[in-house]
Structures are given as structure tokens and as C-alpha cells.
Design a protein around this ligand. Structure first.
Ligand SMILES: [Zn+2]
Length: 272
């Protein structure tokens, strides 16, 4: 009965796989085995997502933005056989540069007091991004979390007031302050907070190392441990943290690597 209810409530849950994009900041989709038992797959000693697609176990592996082109291995553990490796090739990708001018100098060169806070923020953010939960019904077909134009692309090599900073690890969507923000997919809220750079932020765990992160919110409308459905309002768009105006910064992490969130959207919702 519970299963039937689940199917009725979430008829859209399928393992509609995202596109494979074997580049830094992309996803590698790796067919693994047709065994009965689910294989455990590891990349750089970290467990990665495995889902069943057409009777085939498939691993989904997030690639870090810092990845160099070359041949890499994923390790496969199966009950029926010895551990073995599957190789895959990563191509290079050079993302464009972006120069941003921030009037609040403290947001570019934080003082000692700010640095203490930034260090504490990082610990919480890192903990949220490396969260793992065993969920065999990961929803992989995301929905764009807010209506609006993409104002900044994923992966841009950024300069704040001419100083090189980390690349843009998400996409920005322009929307006015107070616009409702919706969960990209079903999941559990694992962390919320106000951070120096990210402002008010919500983290949703979708399962098996897939985490979405929503930053610069005016208001947070959910609490930690709350289950949310795709499309449910989780906050309001704002301009908290390091911003030049109201927008959503949306990041997606897979096996603890920030990847392009729009890979999980159907083509009609992606940047044109
Ligand atoms: Zn951003």
C-alpha cells in the first residue's frame, strides 16, 4: 500500500539519466554490470551514485572543475567477483573568464573577524556537501528552481575587483527579491544557515551524494530534516551575502564535486 501511495504521489520518479559530459564540472555516466546485486562503485576512494537503468547498473560520477584531461579509473565492488576497475576518458574544457566589481571591499578582502566566520562557514558547507544517504529512488530529472534568465554560467573563471578567485561553481538565475524559490527535486533539507559569502542558504540531499544548494535567499522557508517535494517552496529570492543584486545562486554537488546543475534539466529549461 505504501508503495502504491508513493507511485501515486511521485509518478515522475524515473531514472531519466542526465546527459553524460566527461569534462571538468561534468558528469560521467558509466555502465557497470547487469548483476542482481547492486555494485558499489568508488571514484578517488569516494562512493558514487549507482542507479538501475534498463536492467543495467549505471554509475553517475561528478567531475571536479579542477580535473585535468586524461584517463581515470572507477573501482567496482561486486559480491560475485573480485574488485575491478572501469576506465573512462576526461576531455579538457576551458570555461570563459568573468570580471565582477564588488563595491563592498570587505566582501573581496575580508578582515580577521570575517575570516573566522568564513572558516566556520566552510566546515558546515563542506559537511553538507559530502553527506551520503542510501536512497534508491533518487530523482534525477530536476526542475529549474525559479523562473528567470540565467545571468551567470557555470564554471566561469572569476575575478573580483581584478583579483582571481575560485571558479563559479553554480549557475545564477536573475529574479526579483521575494520571488518564491522551489526545490529542484524531492529530498531532505540537511542544512540551512546564513553564510558570509553565500548569504541565507538551503542544502537539499536528494540521495547517494547528490546535493543541491540555493544561496543569497531573502528568507528560508524550511528547516533541517524536513522532507521536501519537487516544486515545493523552500525560500524567497534575495541578495544576502556577496552579491551585486537579487538572484539565485544554484549549485549541485555529486560525490562532493560541484557540477553544472543544468545537466539535470530537460533541454527546454537549460541556458539557450
Ligand atoms: Zn553564483
Amino acid at each position: 500500500m505504501r508503495l502504491l501511495l508513493f507511485i501515486l504521489l511521485f509518478p515522475a520518479i524515473t531514472h531519466a539519466l542526465p546527459d553524460s559530459l566527461p569534462v571538468p564540472g561534468g558528469i560521467v555516466i558509466l555502465p557497470i554490470s547487469k548483476t542482481t546485486d547492486k555494485p558499489a562503485v568508488f571514484f578517488k576512494n569516494r562512493k558514487v551514485m549507482v542507479v538501475k537503468k534498463d536492467n543495467q547498473w549505471v554509475a553517475l560520477i561528478g567531475m571536479p572543475l579542477t580535473m585535468k584531461q586524461g584517463v581515470y579509473n572507477a573501482r567496482v565492488n561486486l559480491k560475485e567477483s573480485k574488485p575491478y576497475s572501469v576506465t573512462f576518458r576526461i576531455k579538457s574544457k576551458k570555461y570563459p573568464q568573468q570580471h565582477i566589481t564588488i563595491k563592498n571591499k570587505r566582501m573581496v578582502n575580508p578582515n580577521n573577524y570575517d575570516m573566522k566566520r568564513i572558516t566556520a562557514d566552510r566546515i558546515r558547507i563542506k559537511r553538507a556537501l559530502k553527506h551520503w544517504s542510501n536512497n534508491d529512488d533518487v530523482q534525477l530529472n530536476f526542475q529549474k528552481p525559479v523562473k528567470g534568465a540565467y545571468s551567470s554560467a557555470f564554471g566561469l573563471r572569476r575575478f573580483f575587483n581584478k583579483q582571481a578567485r575560485k571558479p563559479h561553481s553554480g549557475v545564477d538565475i536573475a529574479a526579483s527579491k521575494g520571488t518564491p524559490l522551489k526545490a529542484a527535486a524531492n529530498g531532505i533539507v540537511i542544512e540551512t544557515g546564513n553564510y558570509f559569502f553565500n548569504g541565507n542558504t538551503v542544502f537539499i540531499d536528494h540521495g547517494q551524494g547528490l546535493i543541491s544548494m540555493y544561496s543569497h535567499l531573502d528568507k528560508i522557508k524550511v528547516q533541517t530534516n524536513q522532507a521536501v517535494s519537487q516544486g515545493e517552496i523552500i525560500g524567497l529570492i534575495g541578495k544576502t551575502g556577496r552579491v551585486t543584486g537579487a538572484h539565485l545562486h544554484w549549485s549541485v554537488s555529486l560525490n562532493n564535486n560541484m557540477i553544472d546543475p543544468t545537466l539535470f534539466l530537460d533541454t527546454s529549461q537549460r541556458p539557450q
